[in-house]
Design a protein around this ligand. Sequence first.
Ligand SMILES: Nc1nc2c(ncn2[C@@H]2O[C@H](COP(=O)(O)OP(=O)(O)OP(=O)(O)O)[C@@H](O)[C@H]2O)c(=O)[nH]1
Length: 492
Amino acid sequence: MRNTQPSIDLPQMARAVSIRRLFRHGDRREKLSITALWLASLAASIGLGLASVIYKWSGLPVQLGGAELYITVYPPLVICLLWTLTCGWWWGAIPAYLATLTLSLYGGMPLPWALMFSAANPLGFAVMGLGYRAIAISRNLTSIGAMLFYVQLSFVAAIFSSSGALVWCYTNRIDSTALLPIWQGWWLGAFLQSVFLSAPVMAVLWPRLERWQHARPQLLVDAGADPRGSVLRLLGCVAIGVLVYGFVTLKLADNLLQVQAAGIPAALARSLDVARDTTWAFYWVFALIIVFIAFFGYHMFIHWQTLTNKLLSDLRHANQRLYLLAGTDSLTGLHNRRVADERIASEWQRAQRLGLQAALVMIDIDHFKQINDRHGHPTGDEAIRILASEIRALSREIDSACRYGGEEFLIILPQADAEGAYTFAERLRTSVAAIPVPSEHGPFHFTVSVGIALFDAEESSHDAWIERSDSALYQAKREGRNRVVSPAAVAV
Ligand SMILES: Nc1nc2c(ncn2[C@@H]2O[C@H](COP(=O)(O)OP(=O)(O)OP(=O)(O)O)[C@@H](O)[C@H]2O)c(=O)[nH]1
């Protein structure tokens, strides 16, 4: 019979909508609406990407707390990031790649550079996806924890997305002193758009989409089932992201400083050199600390994961044992009444659904009270054990043998007809009668009465099935005991 033991719910790792599964298992409405929406997003990304070049939305100066910052507005990022977060990397990476490719070719970038340049946003999305694969955190941004994680991940992803700025400046022969505002504009722009545009939309959209995905598991695939590898890669990305951010910012600022410092008095230039050297020394110490943190973080994660896995596996085993114990009769080792009731109900449903035959066999030891009274309770127990082991020996792998009451047993025979059930019951009755039970007064024999009821598809519940087997047993007792009452008794 089916094992219905309880399972332990683990947090869901990130899952993605599979295009292949959508077209194989999705309904017409789903296929149409998702395809139409995706194509519209692709068109919008390409159009808005071109607009960002034509109307020069790159490196726009903004005053923040007295400091001048540069921000690039790039709407395709918002659209494509939403696809990545909700449906998976490919869904956002393809339109993002094509949008950037179009605008870079439009801007006159040579094709090989354009092909490389266009990978910047998909790279940032890959970091986002990696984060959600590595840490089983909800994408429901209405919770503070989920939002904080999203913001941190967005920062690292934005650094990776902004790698394109270097290609852009190189191919457009932009002076290295002008690279800082452009690069800053790209990462800051990507970060702010992720946090202030994509995140609120995600907070509204995701709970609904999550419900839809929950109801349609056949459309989803695991986005990656290797948490160890994902964590290692995520820590690597975070460390590289932070270090690259620090290095590029310092280097570009340094270049700028050197250009602007030309011709200043020698004493001031020396102070400037000290300040620059100190900053770089700080950067390298900081880089070392980041590498240590990533290294220890990874080892702590592995340690924690090993411990958790062991705990979970112990818990699973303990649960399995408990479940078995809770359903086992201690005297005979057969299933107890609770399991019997569950299994009868499920066999009844299976027979109904599949139009199968099945039989219930109810067995009771004859004059058991006398056995107890004459030979003592322990000998009565021994008789029960003998009957149980005979039931076990004669029943098939697919049968379910249960101790239903004191000296009453019930056996479910799936796919058994009247004749098969009767043959089984008769064999059991005769073999039990032949087994001697040892006692203080010498060995003695006992008999059993058996009632059989076949599955009836016309009946409205499994209770009626049990009642019929009980009535057949009662009839066997009434007719003199040590016999089988079955619908097939006459035929055989
Ligand atoms: N030794 C032992 N006796 C039990 C156990 N559970 C129930 N009994 C006894 O089983 C006896 C059942 O007796 P009855 O229900 O009167 O039936 P019977 O004497 O078998 O008579 P018929 O069923 O009519 O043949 C009672 O005396 C119970 O105390 C058990 O686990 N071990």
